[in-house]
Design a protein around this ligand. Structure first.
Ligand code: PXP
Length: 257
């Protein structure tokens, strides 16, 4: 299983002060030396994560392939930066993070056009989608090389079932259910992930997954054989505060095999 380390959270810390540290490129070197297979960064329309200067430095200097997440309004910039892969994600200015996968049905023409533009610059394209057969079918039709399944709902259910989240201010209201109901929801979400991943793999797509994965819930996702890559950011960067980035990446590497 490949490990993509999402270093946006380091870029966010730098953006908070608009000074030179922490340098996201330094994080790329640490990731490369400690078992990461890929670097993921998100070029947002409002540049609140990585900025153009660091995005260019990372693409030019990274010893690992760079997977650049972007919304529709950054396709031109991504095409000229030419990372190894672009992952098209839905982007809403007011959201804290990428909430939900692309609307592959409603936005099909726009997505297909973006895939063609990126392909014209020899960039492999991934679509960040919900785990459903329909979304995979449409991704294939749009010409994507890869799909990344959004594991956010899985992670939310997992946290409500296996932690004390429901007793905190961060409780997820629609998931305030009995333990039995949460366990059934978790099984259902994992089934959707397994079936969609297998379908995508059989159709020749590269299969990735990510969002909300951490040192606890990642074990369930590692079991899904058709998933070849995980992109993980928040949990690794959070853990790095306590153990350092190198060790945080090594620990995740050991868990995902
Ligand atoms: N994959 C995609 C497409 C994402 O948008 C994100 C969040 O930026 C991640 C993976 C990583 O999510 P997290 O930071 O929750 O691990």
């Amino acid at each position: 299983m490949k490990l993509g380390v999402n270093i946006d959270h380091i870029a966010v810390l730098k953006a908070a002060r608009r000074i030179g540290e922490p340098d996201a490129l330094q994080a790329v070197y640490v990731a490369a030396q400690n078992g990461a297979d890929q670097i993921t960064i998100h070029l947002r329309g409002d540049r609140r994560h990585i900025d153009d200067y660091d995005a260019a430095r990372i693409v030019q200097n990274s010893p690992l392939p760079v997977n650049m997440e972007c919304g529709f309004d950054c396709i031109g910039e991504v095409a000229s930066l030419a990372p190894h892969r672009a992952t098209l994600v839905p982007e809403k200015r007011e959201e804290v993070t990428t909430e939900g996968g692309l609307d592959v049905e409603g936005g099909f023409n726009r997505i297909k056009e973006a895939v063609e533009t990126l392909r014209g610059s020899a960039i492999k394209t991934s679509l960040f989608i919900e785990p459903s057969i329909k979304a995979v079918e449409l991704s294939l039709k749009a010409g994507a090389d890869c799909v990344e399944f959004h594991t956010g709902r899985f992670a939310n259910i997992y946290a409500m079932l296996n932690s004390n989240l429901s007793r905190t201010p961060y409780s997820i209201k629609p998931l305030e259910l009995s333990r039995t109901a949460l366990a059934a929801e978790l099984r259902g979400e994992l089934k959707k992930l397994c079936e969609s991943a297998l379908y995508a793999q059989n159709e020749g797509l590269m299969v990735a997954a990510g969002h909300g994965l951490n040192y606890h819930n990642v074990r369930d996702i590692v079991e899904i054989e058709a998933v070849g890559e995980l992109n993980i950011g928040q949990s690794i960067v959070s853990r790095s505060i306590w153990v350092g980035l190198a060790e945080a990446i090594r620990e995740m590497r050991r868990l995902i095999g």
